[in-house]
Design a protein around this ligand. Structure first.
Ligand SMILES: Nc1ncnc2c1ncn2[C@@H]1O[C@H](COP(=O)(O)OP(=O)(O)OP(=O)(O)O)[C@@H](O)[C@H]1O
Length: 254
């Protein structure tokens, strides 16, 4: 569980996050959504400790990162898996080396132990027989699965995903969303996904935080989001023609 208590973040004169409080639940896919520029990435970076809010606290379980000493922060970093936008695999390393990277960084395991774990997670994301290939030799969807394998190889308690579907076709995007959700449930991870993608909202939005101009204006799940009368949310959800049509049908049926 991650609890955010009234965080404020400014750059110069501009206040980007204007006092956000929320909870991201354990064992759930928690989504941060909102228009471009609403502060999603800034919020993610605050959660990761990359940006320091001027006010407010961010708790990982009982302990606020602002109150952790260096050793505690290092321990926390080991408990975090990160799925970067675009995958961010190392082009010069093969798949096996890419997935093994966090184990080399954070553990003192023997090579054979690391290899066992790499094969276990590659198999979990349904990728076998690609160990010696390089990222450029596999598809975008497969690269995303390798990135997920790398993000979970160190058994994280927290998983952060920045636009995990960018650049994927809708069908592959759904496969990736479902995989993220399955892994979240299976390993009881607190997962936070930043996304623009309404399909992700529908598929895996178990707890959705909606930001507008740095303010949390709505929170709920993927059922609530289609029933809310909050204008900011409906504007966002029904900005696509497809969802507009669905909305018209829903309203007629009410
Ligand atoms: N390092 C920074 N220095 C100054 N301003 C920043 C910095 N990072 C972000 N901002 C500003 O904060 C605001 C919110 O940016 P942020 O990247 O969080 O938006 P976002 O909701 O993630 O948008 P998008 O969906 O386009 O990625 C923007 O106005 C941006 O210019």
């Amino acid at each position: 569980m991650i609890k955010v208590d009234n965080i404020k973040k400014r750059f110069g004169e501009e206040e980007i996050l204007k006092g956000i409080s929320t909870v991201f639940h354990k064992g759930k896919t928690n989504l941060i959504i909102g228009q471009s520029g609403s502060g999603k990435t800034v919020m993610l970076k605050c959660l990761l400790g990359l940006f320091k809010p001027e006010e407010g606290l961010i708790y990982y379980e009982e302990k606020a990162i602002q109150h952790m000493n260096e050793e505690q922060q290092r321990d926390l970093r080991e408990e975090i898996g990160m799925l970067f936008q675009g995958g961010a695999l190392f082009d010069s390393m093969n798949i096996e080396e890419n997935v093994m990277f966090p184990l080399r960084m954070f553990t003192k395991q023997k090579k054979s132990e690391m290899l066992d774990r790499v094969n276990e997670v590659l198999s979990r994301v349904n990728l076998e027989g690609v160990n010696k290939k390089y990222p450029a030799e596999i598809s975008g969807g497969m690269q995303k699965r390798v990135s997920i394998a790398r993000a979970i190889v160190n058994r994280p308690k927290y998983l952060f995903c920045d636009e995990p579907n960018s650049g994927l076709d809708p069908k592959t995007a759904t496969v990736i969303d479902n995989l993220i959700q399955e892994i979240t449930h299976e390993f009881d991870i607190t997962t936070v996904v930043v996304t623009h993608d309404m399909n992700s909202v529908m598929e895996i939005g178990e707890n959705i935080v909606f930001l507008k101009n740095g303010v949390l204006v709505w929170q709920g799940n993927n059922t609530d989001i289609f029933n809310t009368d909050n204008v900011d949310v409906t504007d966002f959800v029904y900005s696509s023609d497809l969802f507009k049509k669905i909305r018209e049908i829903q309203l007629k049926e009410r």
